[in-house]
Design a protein around this ligand. Structure first.
Ligand SMILES: C[S@@+](CC[C@H](N)C(=O)[O-])C[C@H]1O[C@@H](n2cnc3c(N)ncnc32)[C@H](O)[C@@H]1O
Length: 223
């Protein structure tokens, strides 16, 4: 993806979701006031299905998928403001109307702002492994996160998870096994077409890439 100069904030505003907590949020922080879930119709001005990408980095997936699938709405959640502004600039320059971005901790945002059973697909691509002990608390895939993913998905909604870190993959897949409403699906070739910046980079380097796909069971509760 070509890097372009960031547009002024006024031009990016239609792409940005207002969030009160821009940094990593400690789990169950007492500082967090309860906030109502996002009203998808109000945000996108239509009733198209909602897909969420967690940790979108430089936004290649959102940019390409937003354009390729105009009758799906995409919300990207990314903690690094510079990536949010780079991606918003790209979206604004191409006038992509069906993608919005929230600059915040996705763990908090999913828990506090996303209604149960309201999301058609979740995309988690190459989450940071946070190797250092002092960063462990930032790790995305925990049991709580796996349960939150299942909660926000609609029945038959899908969770796409891709990483290059074998241990992280194994650990996350174990956690997801414990979420009874999620069933594993085979990963088809179609799923591997949705490239992100990290996937492109790692494929060029010839690294192993681990993929998993889950679906919320039709009979699963939505709350
Ligand atoms: C390794 S990068 C992968 C970026 C992109 N998904 C890709 O495949 O190119 C991980 C991204 O997740 C973001 N991130 C890490 N923890 C996050 C969190 N709790 N909430 C939102 N974004 C997060 C990081 O800032 C980074 O941009």
């Amino acid at each position: 993806m070509r890097t372009s100069r960031r547009l002024p904030l006024e031009s990016l505003a239609p792409y940005l979701v207002d969030v009160p907590h821009p940094g990593f949020v400690p789990p169950d922080s007492p500082l967090l006031a309860p906030t109502p879930p996002i009203d998808w119709r109000l945000l996108f001005d239509n009733d198209h299905p909602i897909e969420i990408e967690v940790g979108f980095g430089k936004g290649l997936f959102l940019f390409t998928q937003g354009q390729a699938r105009p009758v799906t709405n995409f919300l990207g959640i990314e903690i690094e403001r510079k990536y949010v502004l780079i991606t918003a600039t790209r979206l604004a320059q191409a006038a992509v109307k069906n993608v919005k971005l929230a600059c915040t901790d996705a763990r908090w945002f999913l828990r506090e702002r996303i209604a149960a059973g309201s999301v058609a697909a979740l995309h988690v691509y190459f989450p940071d492994p946070w190797w250092k002990n002092r960063h462990r608390k930032r790790k995305l895939f925990t049991r709580d996160f796996a349960v939150e993913c299942a909660r926000v998905l609609k029945t038959t909604g899908r969770l796409h998870f891709v990483t290059d870190v074998a241990d992280y993959f194994a650990e996350s897949v174990e956690m997801l096994k414990d979420v009874p409403v999620l069933q594993t699906l085979p990963v088809s070739n179609e799923d591997t077409d949705y490239l992100t910046n990290f996937e492109r980079k790692y494929r060029l380097e010839g690294r192993a890439i681990y993929r998993a796909l889950y679906q919320k069971k039709p009979s699963g509760p939505e709350a």
